[in-house]
Write a protein that binds this ligand. Structure first.
Ligand code: NIG
Ligand code: FE
Length: 430
């Protein structure tokens, strides 16, 4: 876990928000109707001291109680104030880009076909291995700055474009450096089992042994990752190989995540439940048994609607059904070279327009449930007494406008640990 180096902000009151979305509610990931309850305070105010939330309420009452104490006042009239957005699934650190794959997709090539032609992940592995440390840092930093400007205050970031010992470690080190340089918390995940690199072609079992025996212990020893993930998919790693990775990671004290049932029903959801993963991601094609097993074991389903959008499969996770079956749902950008999406706002719009989530559900999935998907729900994801003052101001009169309007940045102010770190008119604050 990386803690962003942000000095603690001044004591501040943000007042007169047309809606203050507190997300107050159960202390575990929200399910079913709970996902639609944002605990909204109209004409709301939030009081921040020493980097944490110390009070919330109606502006009049809050200003009466705290107003004369010389705090800085931010006027949020006409705007929505809410917890900072949390992106629980990104592949932030890589080099290069794959814009040319759009033409292949337009010709009808599928994601897995492009991968088997040496494109996809393999292409990005090549570019990432060839990049210097500085290039890797600066290319990733530009994406991170954009994520902050779009309201993300905490993100997860996976390795997985090195696929050898040195470059996997370099990606995780770069992730740490980014978290120390920028005012954002970054939760690092080891995804050594993302694809089979060329030097192990046709020997995927040997590659799994390499990941488990030669790389993972070093990652754990140096505390370079909080979670371990695996791409469990036909043509990538099967359930048995994925289980080996996950059990080895568990034995080393890492938390578990699974890229599961993205394109084909493989049993990834069942595996996530069996191994005690905190989350399973994608889930466009899970079996009902797999979903029920996840729900029983409190495994969070992380939906990534940007991926079917850019892979042009048209097959989105059936969020309505998953919510009805009692699965807690979070949303993530899946920011990666196949899906260059830095905005949780756009992700929320896709969740509503393509997966039929309601605006309220999409907001819960992008804040509190996203925090739970990276084990941080006690610290961030809602505006409640004692939680980190990670707060965003959206230039919309009500929360329903947020997923409704898409393609522009609605964010006007981002606060991290009580300090304003980005303003629409002034950009990133140093
Ligand atoms: O989550 N599915 C596997 N990994 C990424 C894609 C990585 C890539 O295409 O570079 C994903 O979509
Ligand atoms: Fe992913």
């Amino acid at each position: 876990m990386i803690t962003a180096l942000v000095r603690m902000g001044e004591d501040t009151i943000i007042a007169h928000a047309s809606e203050l979305l507190t997300l107050r509610g159960p202390k575990r990931a929200r399910i079913r109707a709970e996902m639609a309850d944002l605990s909204i305070i109209p004409d709301g105010a939030v009081v921040v001291s020493d980097g944490v939330v110390v009070d919330v309420g109606r502006s009049e009452a809050v200003l009466k109680k705290h107003g004369a104490t010389g705090m800085e006042l931010i006027d949020a009239s006409g705007k929505v104030v809410m917890p900072g957005l949390i992106d629980p699934h990104t592949h932030l650190v890589f080099a290069g880009s794959r814009e040319f794959e759009l033409a292949l997709k337009l010709k009808g090539k599928s994601y897995l076909e492009i991968l088997s032609m040496g494109g996809g992940i393999s292409r990005t592995v090549k570019d990432t291995r060839a990049a210097s440390e500085n290039e890797l840092f600066s290319q990733s930093a530009r994406r991170l700055e954009s994520m902050i400007a779009h309201g993300s205050t905490t993100i997860e970031a996976k390795s997985g474009y090195g696929l050898d010992r040195d470059v996997e470690l370099r990606i995780l080190e770069t992730t740490h450096k980014l978290g120390q340089t920028y005012p954002i918390d970054i939760v690092p995940t080891f995804l050594g089992a993302h694809s089979v690199p060329p030097e192990f072609e046709g020997r995927s079992d040997d590659y799994i042994s390499f990941v488990v025996d030669d790389v993972m212990p070093e990652v754990a020893k140096r505390s370079l990752a909080k979670y371990c993930d695996v791409f469990c998919e036909r043509g990538v790693f099967d359930v048995e190989q994925s289980r080996r990775v996950l059990l080895a990671a568990k034995a080393l004290g890492l938390g578990l995540k699974v890229h599961a049932d993205e394109f084909v029903t493989t049993g990834g959801a069942e595996l996530a439940a069996e191994c005690g993963a905190i989350s399973a991601e994608h889930l466009a094609k899970p079996s009902d048994d797999g979903i029920m097993a996840m729900a029983r074991k409190d495994v969070i389903g992380v939906m990534l609607p940007g991926t079917p959008f850019t892979s042009m499969t048209g097959i989105y996770a059936d969020a309505r059904r998953l919510i009805d079956l009692g699965l807690p749902i979070a949303l993530g950008t899946d920011m990666n070279p196949n899906c260059w999406n830095e905005s949780m706002q756009f992700t929320m719009a896709l969740a509503c327009y393509q997966m039929r989530m309601t605006p309220e559900e999409s907001i819960t999935a992008a804040t509190f449930n996203a925090a739970a998907a990276i084990g941080l729900e006690k610290r961030v994801g809602s505006l409640e007494h004692g939680k980190r003052a990670d707060i965003v101001m959206m230039d919309v009169p009500s929360h329903a406008h947020m997923p409704y309007r898409f393609g522009t940045n609605l964010c006007s102010l981002v606060m991290k640990n009580g300090t304003v770190i980005w303003r629409k008119d002034a950009g990133l604050q140093s």
